[in-house]
Design a protein. Structure first.
Length: 256
């Protein structure tokens, strides 16, 4: 039977709890500090102060490893279904690289696996529909993404209509980025979007694709207007530049 050291929330006290099995179902109440289990004081060891910073931590006194109580419990119930990466180091095998403990604890706390486990653990405690919560959060994120995408498109449209250059010597100093930074002062969603590390839909390839889509939309509208009139005229001219490359202009004049 594996024994764990768990910090009770709110009080900061520590006590041992044991998972029940077929033969025993007891709960020892001893209250010894976890640091005393490390006999070699010259090496790094698990510190009881970590439990105060990360309440989800539990310490296996037999294997001398740290685990995530929330992820371990949810994994045993087989309800960690949305996370593509399950961190076995905090669920099954245990974590004991004390040199990088704080760093790894923080990374695990921000992982999708831990966030899903915390959400489902809280939902079970409050009898809330987990699936409904996840779908509601997904719909909220999709709504915010649409708002930011529309602001990106409208900013490119404004720069194009005004004949203002979109890019600069660097992306940070470009008119496009500066315009979005200005608009983010009045939009919380866009402000969060600008602070993201990836998937901003603001790279040069995305800018060119959006501009091409807008130009094709204008051309289709012009062609439809020309088809609806009775008379129109066509003016075509050809000239060459300094590199002797032919340039062909095609103009259509019509009256609505």
């Amino acid at each position: 039977m594996d024994k764990f050291l768990l910090c009770t929330s709110g009080t900061g006290t520590r006590k041992y709890i044991s998972e029940p099995n077929k033969s025993t179902d007891n709960q020892p109440t001893t209250s010894k500090s976890v640091d005393s289990y490390n006999t070699n004081k010259s090496t790094r060891c698990f510190l009881s102060s970590w439990i105060k910073k990360f309440p989800w931590l539990i310490y296996n006194t037999e294997k001398k490893v740290a685990l995530c109580n929330v992820c371990k419990t949810m994994n045993e119930k087989n309800i960690l279904t949305f996370s593509s990466k399950i961190e076995n180091a905090f669920i099954e095998s245990g974590f004991k690289n004390w040199k990088k403990a704080i760093e790894r604890f923080r990374i695990h706390e921000m992982s999708a696996c831990h966030k899903e486990a915390v959400l489902k653990f809280a939902s079970i405690e409050t009898n809330v529909n987990v699936t409904a919560n996840i779908l509601s959060e997904k719909l909220r994120q999709m709504k915010e993404n649409r708002v930011c995408l529309l602001k990106i498109i409208s900013s490119l449209r404004y720069l194009g209509v005004q004949g203002i250059s979109i890019r600069g010597h660097t992306d940070e100093r470009s008119n496009f980025n500066n315009l979005l930074n200005l608009r983010s002062e009045d939009s919380v969603e866009l402000q969060k979007w600008m602070n993201r590390d990836s998937y901003k839909w603001m790279c040069h390839e995305v800018q060119n694709e959006i501009l091409n889509i807008m130009s094709h939309s204008i051309l289709r509208k012009l062609i439809q207007n020309i088809k609806n009139v009775i008379y129109f005229s066509i003016i075509a001219d050809e000239t060459s530049d300094v590199a002797t490359k032919e340039q062909f202009s095609f103009c259509i004049r019509y009256e609505n």
